[in-house]
Design a binder for this molecule. Structure first.
Ligand SMILES: Nc1ncnc2c1ncn2[C@@H]1O[C@H](COP(=O)(O)OP(=O)(O)OP(=O)(O)O)[C@@H](O)[C@H]1O
Length: 266
């Protein structure tokens, strides 16, 4: 689906601290994503995942520290250059577009085009490919604002794919998706010629699809590394306060987390 190939980006978040008013959201966080890696950000509610992603896609300016994409300070790049490099799929985006699905996906091409230029055959191919990747071809002519939550989410992911980013940032992309679409969307993200940084709550999906994980707890990174090194019963007890068993799944080879609720099963 790529006509002009641009290699995946390298992301370096160096010692970033984020605040809102007097409140510290993220403290001295460093994170790297090597070109082509899929990096998962996990952690409890309110631990700072969305805030950190906002600093990467340039919505929340770091108080201290730097976000670098391919060595450039993301906060100093011209907006158009940034939009050609970084695409974001955010949680519950206020996207009441009065547009057909295909037009929403076509918006992803904007950073690559001159003002008011129409869609080229290459744009049309990229839009078709993006719709196909998220199983939304059949939705192409439907009004975006009448879609279900999961359908909207898939279309917003398609828009980001059509943008051909070299760094794709996603906040809970599997939110609202049924299990088949969770697996197919995460599979499609993995196959992209892009670096992917995503926040995920489902630790088993994170374990299967991510090359490395960073664990945020109360605004600080408390662990990082391959899923098998990070997702230990000790860490899950410390960070989430839950008991869990972690095994290696005999067929997938991925760590498999089984939670052990305190309540006996009825
Ligand atoms: N603009 C803001 N003003 C004040 N507090 C904020 C602001 N934005 C976020 N917070 C607080 O910062 C903390 C981190 O929020 P954030 O949304 O980054 O967490 P998260 O890890 O993405 O959580 P979740 O898993 O629930 O989506 C939370 O306690 C949140 O209430």
């Amino acid at each position: 689906m790529t006509a002009t190939y641009t290699p995946p980006a390298e992301l370096r978040v160096d010692c970033v601290t984020l605040t809102a008013g007097a409140r510290r959201l993220v403290s001295d966080v460093s994170l790297t994503a090597r070109p082509g890696e899929t990096i998962g950000l996990v952690g409890p509610n309110g631990s700072g995942k969305s805030s950190l992603l906002r600093a990467v896609y340039r919505v929340l300016r770091p108080d201290t520290g730097r976000v670098r994409v391919d060595g450039d300070d993301a906060w100093a790049l011209p907006a158009r250059q940034l939009a050609r490099t970084v695409a974001a799929v955010v949680q519950d985006s206020a996207a009441d577009f009065d547009l057909a699905v295909r037009e929403v996906v076509a918006m992803g091409r904007t950073p690559h085009k001159r003002l008011l230029a129409g869609d080229t055959p290459e744009d049309a191919d990229l839009i078709d490919g993006a719709l196909l990747a998220v199983d939304a071809v059949h939705l192409a002519d439907r009004p975006f604002d009448r879609l279900s939550g999961g359908e909207r989410q898939r279309v917003l992911i398609a828009r980001a794919l059509a943008q051909q980013p070299t760094l794709l940032v996603l906040d809970e992309p599997t939110n609202h998706l049924d299990i088949r679409h969770q697996l197919s969307v995460l599979g499609a993200l993995r196959r992209l010629p892009a670096t992917v940084l995503l926040a995920l709550h489902d630790l088993n999906l994170a374990a299967y699809y991510c090359d490395r994980l960073y664990v945020l707890d109360d605004g600080e990174i408390t662990a990082s590394g391959p899923p098998s090194a990070v997702l230990t019963p000790q860490l899950l007890a410390e960070v989430y306060g839950v008991a869990a068993e972690v095994t290696t799944h005999p067929r997938t080879g991925a760590p498999q987390v089984t939670f052990l609720p305190e309540e006996p099963r009825r």
